[in-house]
Write a protein that binds this ligand. Structure first.
Ligand code: C2O
Ligand code: CU
Ligand code: CU
Length: 439
């Protein structure tokens, strides 16, 4: 679905029913009967009209993850609730100066987010712009990759066990664009532009491609200044990355893997393992295959520059957020930020528009937490006390167990209430979310 003449109109229906997944049929939640949902493509300055209809057997709503648009009205307002059978039209304008990048949409109704996303609700929301016009990037073959796990038994998704939910649910069926191990082609001498989204509720992807380095050119919020060579790439839930792959190896078939990653031991030994471990897969898992096909006369070079990432300047204020968890009588395990569980009637943080702040996020828990902030992208300053080398726009950052991360953010343009939360969506539903008011 591509915008034309400065506008896009989209009809989007949330559905529950038989959906095609990995060559079979499963009863899933979806946008328009497809997993992932339809890809929406816009340009800076576009007016977006999205007519949404909720045909799920429960309420839902929409969030436009990573877009710099108002968190209020009928724009990116996660406090709206659309009851079953009802409609709502979302309307907003993509700012003229919005960076190009890989964004996405998913439900955001507190308490139901993990369930609805796990069942299949997520789609790409792409902003086309400057990065797409860099000649080397434009010459690359573009491949989107929505990484999402499922659990299907007898054509249905069984409910998670309480412990599975607490640690963050990981499904045993791992898909890329709703398929298992798709095959992509790469021209010898050509470039492949892989645009990755981790749309899983809890699963991490530690990506490695046989024999090929990955040249990172964009993170959550858009382009880097120049390609950055990586041997592997870790994507926590909610994160996106764009990488270039050079077709400069021997023609053949190469596998993109996800390697084992330990999200934390769940406090074994200290809390008696209340949550169980979250060690995940113990061996590499193939995600997709790259097959050399054809040959270019002259090889495509990597771009020298991919964009500009201005420094944010000196913060006027510092804040600290501590991620933790506790047992609450009658509620079981809850996840907390500064000791508190989410309360929709409480404003946790007030910030002034037009200022830069530095936030430190400290993980004192027993599981990794990817921290996400709505509306305004940030730049990481340090991780675990080490200065960050790469200047990049992010909206979600992994805060590993016993570590802290500092980032700077400028609050711009839009007044109103938005949220920050853990993007392990089960943790968000179990309370790890706060409200920030831009004023
Ligand atoms: Cu992708 Cu508040 O979330
Ligand atoms: Cu978001
Ligand atoms: Cu978490």
């Amino acid at each position: 679905l591509v915008s034309r003449g400065g506008a896009i109109e989209v009809d989007l229906e949330a559905r529950f029913g038989p959906t095609r997944l990995a060559g079979r049929s499963a009863r899933l939640f979806s946008y328009g009967g497809r997993v992932p949902g339809p890809r929406i493509e816009v340009r800076p300055g576009d007016e977006v009209t999205l007519r949404f209809r909720n045909n799920l057997p429960e309420p839902t709503n929409l969030h436009f993850h990573g877009l710099h648009v108002p968190p209020t009205g009928n724009a990116d307002n996660i406090f709206l609730e659309i009851p079953e059978g009802e409609r709502l039209t979302y309307r907003f304008k993509i700012p003229e100066n919005h960076p190009a990048g890989t964004f996405w949409y998913h439900p955001h109704l507190h308490g139901l987010v993990a369930k609805q996303v796990f069942l299949g609700m997520a789609g790409l929301f792409v902003v086309r712009g400057e990065l797409d016009e860099v000649p080397e990037v434009a010459a690359a073959r573009e491949q989107f990759a929505v990484l999402k796990d499922f659990e299907v038994a007898g054509g249905r998704v069984p409910p998670p066990s309480p412990m599975e939910f607490v640690r963050g649910r990981e499904g045993s069926l791992v898909t890329v664009n709703g398929e298992v191990e798709p095959e992509w082609s790469l021209e010898q001498g050509g470039l492949l532009r892989l645009r990755l989204l981790n749309a899983s509720t809890a699963r991490f992807y530690r990506l490695k491609l046989d024999d090929h380095p990955l040249y990172l050119i964009a993170t959550d919020g858009g382009a880097l200044e120049e390609p950055y060579e990586l041997d592997e790439l870790l994507l926590a839930p909610g994160e996106r990355a764009e990488v270039l792959v050079r077709g400069d190896r021997k023609p053949g078939r190469y596998t993109l893997w996800t390697l084992p990653y330990n999200r934390g031991n769940g406090g074994m030994g200290m809390g008696g393992g209340m949550m169980g471990g979250a060690r995940g897969d113990t061996r590499p898992r193939p995600l997709a295959h790259l097959v050399y096909r054809g040959k270019r006369k002259t090889a495509l070079p990597l771009p020298e520059r991919t964009g500009r990432v201005p420094e944010l300047g000196v913060p006027v204020r510092r804040r600290r957020f501590v991620l933790g968890h506790s047992m609450r009588p009658g509620r079981g395990m809850v996840f907390t930020i500064n000791g508190q569980v989410f309360n929709p009637g409480r404003i946790d943080t007030r910030v002034r528009l037009g200022t830069v702040e530095e936030w430190e996020i400290a993980n004192m828990g027993v599981l990794d937490h990817p921290f996400h902030l709505h509306t305004n992208p940030f730049q990481i300053v340090s991780r675990g006390g080490r200065p960050e080398r790469l200047r990049a726009w992010k909206d979600t950052v992994l805060v590993p167990v016993n570590r802290s991360v500092r980032f700077r953010v400028r609050f711009e343009d839009f007044a109103g209430n938005a949220v920050y939360h853990c993007h392990i969506l089960e943790h968000e539903d179990l309370g790890m979310m706060g409200i920030v008011r831009f004023e």
